[in-house]
Structure formats: C-alpha cells, structure tokens
Design a binder for this molecule. Structure first.
Ligand code: NAP
Length: 272
C-alpha cells in the first residue's frame, strides 16, 4: 500500500495515476488518498509506517510538517524544506526518508515535451511558491540561468537563492526585459487554473523564440498557453511535471522503472 496525505486530498490525481501504474507494472499494490488534518502529519507518518505502508506522497499543508517524523532527507528536500515523497531507505528498509520529486519531474517534462536541455537556458519563472522553488532549484542545479518574477520581493529573493549563483530576481518594472532575454518562461502561479482565470503575464511579450511551460494542469490548455502559441511560442502544460514527479516516486517506492505511458493516459483522462 502507498498513499497520499493532505488536506484537502479528495481532488488529488495521485490515486488515479499510481493505481494505473501499479496495474500496468503488474504489482499487487494499491494507492489511497488519506485526509490528514493540519497538525496531524507526524503522527500520520508514524501510523503509516507502523501499518507497513511502503511509501507516501505528501501534499499541502504537510510538506514541511512531516520532516520531524522522518529518519533523513535527500539534499533536494533539505534545501527546499519540503517533502512530497516518503520512501524506505534501500540500504535499511526500516528507515523512512523524505525527498522532493517536483524538480526532477519538471526537468523530465521539459526534455520530453519540448526537447529542451536546461544547461545554458535563460529562464523566467513566474511565482515564488512551493512549485516555483522546486523548479528554480532544479533548473539552477542543471545549469540554467533563472530569474524569478513574483509580487512579493522577499519570496522572489528566497526562491532565487535556490537557483545557484547565476539566479536573480526580476525587478518590478523589469519583466519585459527579462522575458526578451529568456528562451523559456515558466508559470508557477495558479493564475489560469480553474477558478483563477486570466494570464500571469502579458502574452504580447512572447514570440517564436520562446518556449512556455504552464505548471497548471486543470485545465490542460490555459489562456497563457493559447496566447503563447498564437504568437509562435512552443508550449507545454503541467501534465508532464505531474506525471514525471509521480514516476520518480513510483521508482523510489518499488525499485522499478515507471510505466510512464499508462500513468500519462490515466492522468490525461482524469483531467479531461
Ligand atoms: P503556492 O505555494 O501557493 O505559490 C503560488 C505562487 O503564485 C506564489 O508566489 C503566489 O504569490 C503567486 N500568486 C498567486 N496568485 C497570484 C496572482 N493572482 N498573481 C500573481 N502571483 C500570484 O502554490 P504552488 O504549490 O507553488 O502551485 C502553483 C501552481 O503550480 C498551481 O497552479 C499548482 O496547481 C501548480 N503545480 C503544478 C504541479 C505539477 O505537477 N504540474 C506541481 C505543483 C504545483 P503570493 O505568495 O504573493 O501569494
């Protein structure tokens, strides 16, 4: 058994994606969504461990709160201060480790959807929350030069600090210049998702020299992506990151390569 803990968690696509993966891989596993109230994450992790659960996904609001209940963290999770995947230590299966698969999921999606290698890319990341921080860290570690545009300067600086020495913050009036100098723009704000209509930036700043990744996956095609395509930019939605971060968790739990096509089909049909 594996599970996702969060609050709320009933909307999570993780059960659909992971159960499809277990079935495609021929594993007699099941994945369930477990609502866990704020403050209860450490006791929920201990309980899951006592019950013999093999792995946990962790979503809001527990990504930092689970850390004290774990035996160790990957360097990625430690840097981000956020865990989205708990797995057994392959060298000592009694130990539970925390990791964060969002950044590797983002990079895998970039490569598979847009055939982009991050090294040397100039990237503007819109937003400075949990997803932005994971993306900035992964891009910086892979050799991209990242600038962060967010409405709170302190949050932007905090995210940029994860992106290595070349990373920086876009000044309040500097978005046009930053986008003009970038080849990739990533929307890591909720603007454009169902219930948050609109665009997170002026699409007139985009052109054929740009690729745009919108981390939003509900809907799959946001207003930003449509406008970017109309101006000749290459685009990719949030489904790839979602599926690839789940694939990374699957591999940590089971030790097997993830059946990506089955996971992507399940996610696409659930979102659709
Ligand atoms: P979060 O931690 O709440 O961060 C959201 C960020 O967007 C913050 O910097 C926030 O600024 C900013 N923001 C919110 N509303 C805004 C607005 N109207 N205008 C400008 N900036 C705004 O959220 P998150 O977990 O990072 O998620 C962000 C998005 O990524 C969501 O749409 C989520 O669904 C998506 N996501 C996708 C995946 C995937 O696998 N595809 C994974 C994770 C997240 P303030 O701090 O000032 O509010």
């Amino acid at each position: 058994m594996a599970a996702v803990i969060g609050d709320p968690v009933s909307h999570s696509l993780s059960p659909v994606i992971h159960n499809a993966a277990f079935e495609a891989a021929g594993l007699d596993w099941v994945f369930v969504a477990l609502p866990v109230a704020t403050g209860d994450a450490p006791v929920a992790v201990s309980g899951a461990r006592a019950l013999g659960v093999e792995g946990l996904s962790v979503t809001m609001p527990h990504k930092a709160a689970v850390i004290p209940a774990l035996d160790g963290l990957s360097s990625v999770a430690a840097e981000l201060g956020a865990v989205n995947c708990i797995h057994r230590d392959p060298g000592d299966r009694g130990r539970w480790l925390g990791h964060n698969t969002d950044g590797e999921g983002f990079l895998a999606g970039l490569r598979s959807d847009l055939a982009l290698e991050p090294a040397g890319l100039h990237v503007v990341v819109l937003g400075a929350g949990g997803a932005a921080r994971a993306v900035v860290r992964a891009l910086g570690a892979a050799g991209a030069r990242v600038t962060v545009a967010a409405r709170r300067p302190d949050a932007a600086a905090g995210a940029a600090a994860l992106g290595g020495p070349a990373a920086g913050v876009v000044p309040a009036d500097g978005l046009a210049a930053a986008v003009a100098g970038a080849s990739l723009v990533v929307n890591a704000t909720p603007v454009g998702m169902a219930g948050h209509p609109g665009v997170p930036m002026d699409p007139a700043l985009l052109g054929p020299g740009h690729a745009v990744v919108d981390l939003v996956y509900h809907p799959l095609d946001t207003e930003l992506l449509g406008a970017a395509r109309a101006r000749g930019a290459a685009t990719s939605n949030g489904l790839s990151m979602l599926v690839h971060q789940a694939a990374a968790a699957f591999t940590r739990w089971t030790g097997d390569a993830a059946p990506l096509p089955a996971m992507e089909r399940a996610a696409r049909s659930a979102v659709g």
